[in-house]
Design a protein around this ligand. Sequence first.
Ligand code: SAH
Ligand code: SF4
Ligand code: F3S
Length: 443
Amino acid sequence: MPLRYHIVTFGCQMNVHDSEKMAGMLEAMGYSPAPDAESADILLFNTCSVRENPERRLFGQVGVLARRKAQNPRLIIGIGGCMMQQPGEVEKVKNELPWVDLVFGTHNLHRLPELIRRVQAGERPVIEVWQDSPEIVENIPVHRQSSLSAFVDIIYGCNKFCTYCIVPFTRGREKSRRPEEILAEVREFAARGGREVTLLGQNVNAYGKDLPGGQWDFGRLLLAVNDVEGLYRVRFTTSHPADVQESMITAMRDGEKICEHLHLPVQSGSDRVLRRMGRRYTADQYRALVERFREAIPDLTLTTDIIVGFPGETEEDFAATLRLVEDVRYDAAYTFIYSPRTGTAATRLRDHVPEPVKKERIYRLIQVVERIAQEKNDALVGSRQEVLVEGPSQHDPAMLAGRTRGNKLVHFPGPAQWAGNLKTVQIREAHAHTLYGDVVSHA
Ligand code: SAH
Ligand code: SF4
Ligand code: F3S
């Protein structure tokens, strides 16, 4: 029986994709995927530290493994990812979770096979976390979750240091991948029948700033990916408002495969809060930017991230956020309660907003966000949308699921063989997070 692996992933798409690399490396070592965590011979946790919740869940989930490890000493338990880059966390794992065999970070992911071999050779625990990586390691094997849609890294790290955010500490400084490497990966994926790529980075539109020659920016990269033969769709996430250049907007307008969806985190609608967050724009500058995108791309789907209860946020500041949401009218917004992260500048600010006030504000915000999302989806009823068929719906296997170019999830009847095809779907019914429709003809 071959050895089997299972990976538990917390956090953002970057982590999801890093887990695909871990899976690729494990398979190159001869492991095969386990049907569930219980039957795995190696269990890896890819952690996130962006808020307190995922951290707590990690300690809970690895905590209960003590018994299983005692019953089966050959089980390998490993923890990697963003949390392990945080000062003190490795010590905490050593003290509180002594049954963990392996600890690694975000910068030495490629070293996983070597570290696992050391555990297999009897060295326990094996702990290796790098503070930064001198260069980008290419050609790590990848086991993708989907053969239709792929995550492709274009830039690692972040230089923005928003005062609440841990990411620049866990992922290091911005490092753009060479365009040749990105395009080679996209071409190979398309040549094997891949239809859609999502270009990934904490700040994708900072792409190219650090490359020698100054010839590449995000807009140019988008158009180059747009030209890859066989591909149907190009997506990307996440963009920072302060790094938007005209070339990005025109690429979205002109590149026929570049989907009309922009995730543009605003975080707050109050200038005072935005300044204290270190976001580098005002609410009105953000509104004007959205206008520019909408002029160029009229049917743009716009989504965002918002934090409530940042230190010092007054009722007036919060009202400004509600106003901005009403003005901009997002298709969807991810809302978060501010969570202090050790080592970030915002922990030194005074005036922490009391927990019940944060909860009450996020509740009010979600009401507004959901109402607008429903209204925007209602407006699509009767329209025809190009949908990339993903396969049977997870909620209702009798239905197919797919996404519009604007990244809206659509359910519709049809045969499973349609997976991977583009279909034209007429929208019949709208919910705040899902659309229902019927295929009208082949696109
Ligand atoms: N690079 C992306 C995403 C960063 S993390 C960006 O710049 O937008 C995803 C979201 O988590 C952020 O947009 C922010 O809304 C939220 N977030 C980050 N740190 C947080 C914190 N300390 N407390 C609450 N939410 C946070
Ligand atoms: Fe964090 Fe700001 Fe960088 Fe996004 S841009 S990853 S919120 S520091
Ligand atoms: Fe979390 Fe790291 Fe992503 S902190 S949000 S997994 S970059």
